[in-house]
Design a protein around this ligand. Structure first.
Ligand code: UDX
Ligand code: ADP
Length: 464
């Protein structure tokens, strides 16, 4: 088989950009991206490519280049499965919110549904590629479901974890550090692996395409995210120490980052990491470790999450403390809601937790984010379940102009490092705020000396 037709189930942050890149680099392959969410598919098909549901620099152009030629978005899942030689499963795997493993294990119901659907529809042999982040040994579950179909169809299962980071997805896909392809060590397993290697080899240098067994590939994905998150939690733990000593966390980060054994990336102290992967993957690692009775291993990784929760809470607490221990009825402007810049994704964003804390203190919270919709902001808060949806709407306001957010505010807090928050006219902001004008920089994007010169009461993570 040489792959001519690919189906991707799940048109989200992973499936959408990845398939757009494959379509662009493999003009001979037809790529069908399908999803049960009709609204999302309609948005992917919007004649105005700037309206596609996911904001990523460079993505709209990629979609414009291929859509309708060899890249198609549809809700017709069965038809796409039937036609495909290779099927990527790219559905969401959120942390379970119920039953055994609640709050920790990945909820595999969407994956299982996909597998059952593939099993019932397929009439020709297929290569199934697990693309979502999955706990180790998920492929085994997939295998069991798929191999128990009676129609004689042969499935090979590969694990091809995605390492793209949101905000830089197109660049990461174009020029990956490595592509990991896990497969069975059988003859047919190796052939399937080679089919996927050949696809990536259209633009990725061969030495960067690593083949492993399925389990190593699955575990590598969890581990990469756990290590990165651990670095952020490590530097965040030091940010608190810096605040009570004379040390400067940026200087510390620079000094240790210059050690080539450590390296300079992922050492920006912040209000806490967010995103769809870090917390979920670490919780998976914790859950798996516990289920094998490895309690010390579980506790070790769990501490990374505990530190992250502490960092978010401590930032919110700092705002209340500085504002004379009460924010009730005070207008507090939050700049940024996305979990980092250049994405409209808000999953696990620190902003959600900071806002929730301030709302509990009865603050009048006003949010501005350049790419996140008001509907998304309210849905994030409603999902937390701290208060009713009506109360969230009453207590928190979303605006589309940063100046509206800051006018007459007692305090401004930066929660996402959007470039426009660096270049905004801070003199004007200061003028329009109530005095004393409190500014809290949760992302370390502003220069503290110049902010103090402008007359702000300035606090920055890592700086007392
Ligand atoms: C991550 C992994 O990087 C990626 O390989 C994987 O496929 C998915 O998970 P992503 O969640 O998109 O990607 O974002 P990432 O850039 O890793 O940042 C995660 C969080 O950590 C963000 O909230 C970011 O603001 C925060 N962060 C990152 C810091 O606070 N400091 C840093 O130095 C780096
Ligand atoms: P990720 O960041 O992993 O890409 P997203 O939540 O952005 O996660 O995307 C996952 C997509 O998968 C969602 O759009 C969801 O509607 C879709 N999905 C989930 N289950 C199925 C299914 N059984 N068939 C088709 N699409 C599905």
């Amino acid at each position: 088989m040489t792959v001519k037709n690919i189906c991707c189930i799940g048109a989200g942050y992973v499936g959408g950009p990845t398939m757009a890149m494959i379509a662009k680099k493999c003009p001979d392959i037809q790529v069908n991206v399908v999803d049960i969410n009709e609204q999302r598919i309609d948005a992917w098909n919007d004649p105005n490519v700037d309206q596609i549901p996911i904001y990523e620099p460079g993505l709209a152009q990629l979609v414009a280049d291929c859509r309708g030629i060899n890249l198609h978005f549809s809700i017709n899942v069965n038809e796409a499965i039937e036609k495909a030689d290779m099927i990527f499963i790219s559905v969401n795997t959120p942390t379970k919110t119920y039953g055994i493993g609640k709050g920790m294990a990945a909820d595999l119901k969407y994956i299982e549904l996909c597998a059952r659907q593939i099993a019932s529809v397929a009439t020709t042999d297929k290569i199934i590629v697990e693309k979502s982040t999955l706990p180790v040994r998920t492929a085994e579950a997939l295998k069991k479901i798929l191999h128990n179909t009676s129609n004689g169809v042969h499935f090979e299962i590969l694990s091809n974890p995605e390492f793209l980071a949101e905000g830089t997805a197109v660049q990461d896909l174009l020029n990956p550090d490595r592509v990991l392809i896990g497969g069975d060590e059988t003859e047919t397993g190796k052939l399937a692996q080679q089919e996927l290697v050949d696809i990536y080899a259209n633009w990725v240098p061969k030495e960067r395409i690593l083949t492993t067994n399925v389990w190593s590939s699955e575990l590598s994905k969890l581990t990469a995210n756990a290590f990165l998150a651990q670095r952020v939690s490590s530097i965040n733990s030091l940010s608190e120490l810096c605040e009570v000593t004379e040390a400067d966390v940026s200087e510390v980060a620079k000094a240790i980052g210059a050690d080539s054994r450590i390296g300079s990336k992922f050492l920006n102290a912040s209000v806490g990491f967010g995103g769809s992967c870090f917390q979920k993957d670490i919780l998976n690692l914790v859950y798996i470790s516990k289920s094998y009775g490895l309690n010390e291993v579980a506790d070790y990784w769990e501490q990374v999450i505990i530190m992250n929760d502490h960092q978010k809470r401590r930032f919110a607490k700092k705002i209340v403390e500085e504002l004379f221990n009460t924010v009730a009825g005070k207008k507090i402007a939050l700049l940024g809601w996305a979990f980092k810049k250049d994405t409209n994704d808000t999953r696990e964003s620190a902003a959600i937790y900071v806002a929730d804390y301030l709302l509990n203190e009865q603050a009048n919270v006003v949010v501005y984010d350049p790419k996140v919709t008001a509907a998304q902001i309210y849905s994030d808060l409603d999902y937390l379940g701290t208060r009713s949806s009506d109360d969230n709407k009453k207590l928190l306001q979303v605006v589309s102009d940063p100046m509206e957010a800051i006018s007459d505010a007692h305090a401004v807090a930066i929660l996402t490092e959007w470039d426009e928050f660096i270049t905004i006219d801070w003199d004007q902001v200061q003028e329009r705020m109530l005095k004393p004008a409190f500014l809290f920089d949760g992302r370390r994007i502003l220069d503290s000396e110049s902010m103090r010169t402008k007359g702000f009461e300035f606090y920055q993570i890592g700086r007392g």
